[in-house]
Structures are given as C-alpha cells and as structure tokens.
Design a binder for this molecule. Structure first.
Ligand code: HEC
Ligand code: HEC
Ligand code: HEC
Ligand code: HEC
Length: 243
C-alpha cells in the first residue's frame, strides 16, 4: 500500500507541472508588445539619429492644422482642421495604434508617436532581449545566433506587409488586407502616391540610412536587399549591448 504522503507529493508535482505548463504556453503564445523606440534607439544610435530626419519621424506633424495644406486640399481634407486626435488618421502616423503597448489617442506617448522602429521591424518586447544576448555572445565568443530566433519572437524581415498596411490600405490597391480607415493619399489623388516597394524601401527621405553590422545574426529569414544595403552601409556608432 502506498503512503498518503506519496499521493500528496504526486498531486503537488502534477499541479506544478500543469500550472507551469499553462504559464509557459500562455507566455509563448502571447503577442509581443510595442515598447517604443527609446529602447531600440539606446542601442542603435546611428539608425535612430538618421530616422529622426525622415518623413516617417515627422508623420504626426502632418496631422496638425495648417501643415501640408496643399496636399490636404488636393485630397479633400480640411487644411485648418486638427487631425491629431482623429481615429481615422492617427493609426498610420504612429506605432502600434490599437495594439498592446501602442499609441493611444487619450494617452499619447512620445516614444510611439510618428512611424517608428516597431512599425517596420515589429513589436519589440520579445526580440529585443535576443538582440542584447546575441550581441553579447558575439562580442565575447564570436558566436552567432540564427535570425530565425528573432523571427519567432516577432521581428519582421519581409517588410512588404508592414508597409502595405499603411501605404496600400485603400480600396482597389490590390493589397489583400485592406480595411477602413483608408489612406486619403492614393494614386487617384496624385500618381506620386503610387507605392512601389523596391523604390520606396531605398528612399532616404523616408528610410533611415544603413550602418554596418558585425554579423551577430545569421541565416534566413534575411531581407532580400540586406546584402545590397550592407555593401553600401556606413560605419556607425558601435551598437551597445549592456541594456
Ligand atoms: C504605420 C504606417 C506606415 C508604415 C508601416 C510605413 N509607412 Fe511609409 N509613410 C507613412 C506615412 C504616414 C508617411 C507620410 C509621412 C508624412 O509626410 O507625414 C509615409 C511616407 C513614406 C515615404 C515618403 C513618401 C514621399 O512622398 O516622399 C516613403 C518612401 C515611405 N513612406 C516608404 C515606406 C516603406 C518602404 C515602408 C515599409 C518598409 C513604410 N513606408 C512603412 C506611413 C507608414
Ligand atoms: C491607412 C493609413 C493612413 C490613414 C488612415 C491616414 N494616412 Fe495620412 N498618410 C498615409 C501614408 C502611407 C502617407 C504617405 C503617402 C505617400 O507619400 O506616398 C500619408 C501621408 C499623409 C500626409 C502628407 C501628404 C503629402 O503629400 O505630403 C498628410 C497631410 C496626411 N497623410 C494626413 C492624413 C489625415 C488628415 C488623415 C485622416 C483623415 C490620414 N492622413 C489618414 C497613410 C494614412
Ligand atoms: C519605414 C520602415 C523602417 C523604420 C521606421 C525603421 N527601420 Fe530599421 N530598417 C528598415 C529596413 C527596410 C532595413 C533593412 C533591413 C536589412 O538590411 O536586413 C532596416 C535595417 C535596420 C538595422 C540593420 C542595420 C542597418 O542599418 O541596415 C537596424 C539596426 C535598424 N534598422 C534599426 C532601426 C531603428 C533603431 C529604428 C527606429 C529608430 C528603425 N530601424 C526604423 C526599415 C525601417
Ligand atoms: C541591448 C541592445 C539592443 C536593443 C535594446 C535592440 N537591439 Fe537591435 N541589435 C542589437 C545588436 C547587438 C545587434 C547585432 C548587431 C550586429 O550584428 O552588428 C542588433 C541587430 C539588429 C538588427 C539587424 C538584424 C539582422 O538582420 O541582422 C535590427 C534590424 C535591429 N537590431 C533592430 C532593433 C529594433 C527595432 C529594436 C527595438 C525594438 C532593437 N533592435 C533593440 C542590440 C540591440
């Protein structure tokens, strides 16, 4: 006959196993959160400085009254109106609108205002820690980390979907994910608003400049123009790994 203590222990172990299991699976499947560009920028100083000068960084300004008046008139918008709190506008001029940690109209946060790092690279709460660890491992032991670990943690290496969600979100754009509110700036308003991915992704007015990586992350998924961008990349400030 078994001793009652054995039963108690078994039950406790089973409970620990089950609750531990639930906790871990819940954790692993929860969507990554938007954290704001402050974190990214503290390690990636050169990209952050370059980004600040881009149209994406200044996207919120375009929603203010009397800014870009000509463009607004042409798109049948009221140039004197303040659109900075308009839910039909802000979603594409900030990071993570309506998502965990993202921009909120009643509670605007500076670090998610404008089209920042996470709008293109993905919400960073899960992958940024891998950057720190991967960077440190590479610095100390020259050991690399597969990019797949970053992709699994929510980092985007394709960009096409990310750009399309803002640039091709209008009826008849050909992008499958369209849903209201649409962008008022379509090729019908002016053909200069035609989104051509390969051209736009290399446009320095809107995209930050590229700086040489040491190669801490390797393998697929790798952005199709990664090698081309890296071959022409500048030498930037050293990426810090202490967080
Ligand atoms: C969260 C929405 C959003 C995402 C994601 C986004 N953009 Fe933009 N983009 C904008 C907005 C808004 C502007 C206009 C900024 C302004 O002038 O106010 C803009 C402007 C631009 C411009 C400048 C256009 C011009 O008229 O000079 C380029 C180029 C561009 N984006 C390329 C891209 C590319 C490439 C991607 C993906 C890698 C991308 N964008 C992702 C919202 C977005
Ligand atoms: C679905 C995403 C989306 C929504 C919603 C959106 N925008 Fe934008 N907006 C963009 C993109 C993308 C651009 C950049 C277009 C380009 O230059 O190719 C842009 C550009 C602009 C520009 C600059 C145009 C120029 O020629 O410089 C202004 C001004 C602007 N938006 C105002 C607004 C206002 C006001 C609203 C709400 C009525 C709004 N946007 C809603 C995505 C959006
Ligand atoms: C509009 C989209 C967009 C935004 C916003 C953006 N990036 Fe990027 N970023 C890219 C693209 C595209 C690449 C090229 C990817 C590659 O070559 O693998 C890139 C590359 C990088 C790289 C790799 C090294 C390099 O310079 O090419 C780093 C690091 C980086 N971005 C950090 C940032 C940080 C930090 C921010 C915010 C301050 C930011 N990015 C904002 C699109 C964006
Ligand atoms: C603690 C520092 C740290 C933080 C925080 C951090 N990174 Fe990184 N990141 C690194 C290091 C180190 C590398 C590897 C650099 C190399 O290979 O030279 C890297 C690599 C990258 C790359 C290139 C990946 C590739 O394809 O090789 C991109 C893009 C990037 N980071 C974007 C971001 C974004 C966006 C954020 C914010 C959500 C962020 N990083 C936060 C340290 C950091």
């Amino acid at each position: 006959m078994r001793h009652p203590v054995t039963y108690a222990l078994t039950a406790a172990a089973l409970f620990a196993f089950l609750s531990g299991f639930t906790f871990h699976s819940g954790d692993a499947f929860a969507a990554p959160k938007f954290e704001g560009r402050k974190k990214c920028s503290s390690c990636h100083k050169s990209q952050a400085k370059s980004w600040k000068k881009t149209a994406h960084a200044k996207a919120m300004n375009s929603l203010k009254p009397n800014k870009k008046a000509k463009a607004k008139k042409k798109a049948n918008l009221d140039p004197t109106k303040d659109y900075t709190k308009d839910k039909d506008c802000v979603g594409c001029h900030v990071d993570g609108f309506g998502k965990k940690g993202g921009y909120r109209i009643g509670k605007p946060k500076k670090w998610v205002t404008g089209v920042g790092c996470e709008s293109c690279h993905g919400a960073g709460s899960k992958y940024r820690g891998i950057h720190r660890k991967g960077g440190a491992k590479f610095e100390k032991k020259k050991k690399t980390t597969p990019r797949k670990a970053l992709a699994d943690a929510g980092q985007d290496f394709d960009f096409v979907e990310a750009c399309s969600a803002c640039h091709l979100n209008y009826e008849g754009s050909g992008w499958k994910g369209t849903k209201k509110p649409y962008t008022p700036f379509t090729p019908e308003v002016d053909k200069k608003y035609t989104f051509k991915f390969d051209e736009y992704v290399a446009d320095v007015k809107a995209m930050h400049e590229h700086y040489k990586l040491d190669g801490a992350f390797t393998g697929e998924p790798k952005f199709k123009m990664h090698d081309e961008f890296q071959s022409k990349a500048k030498v930037g400030e050293k990426t810090k790994v202490e967080d």
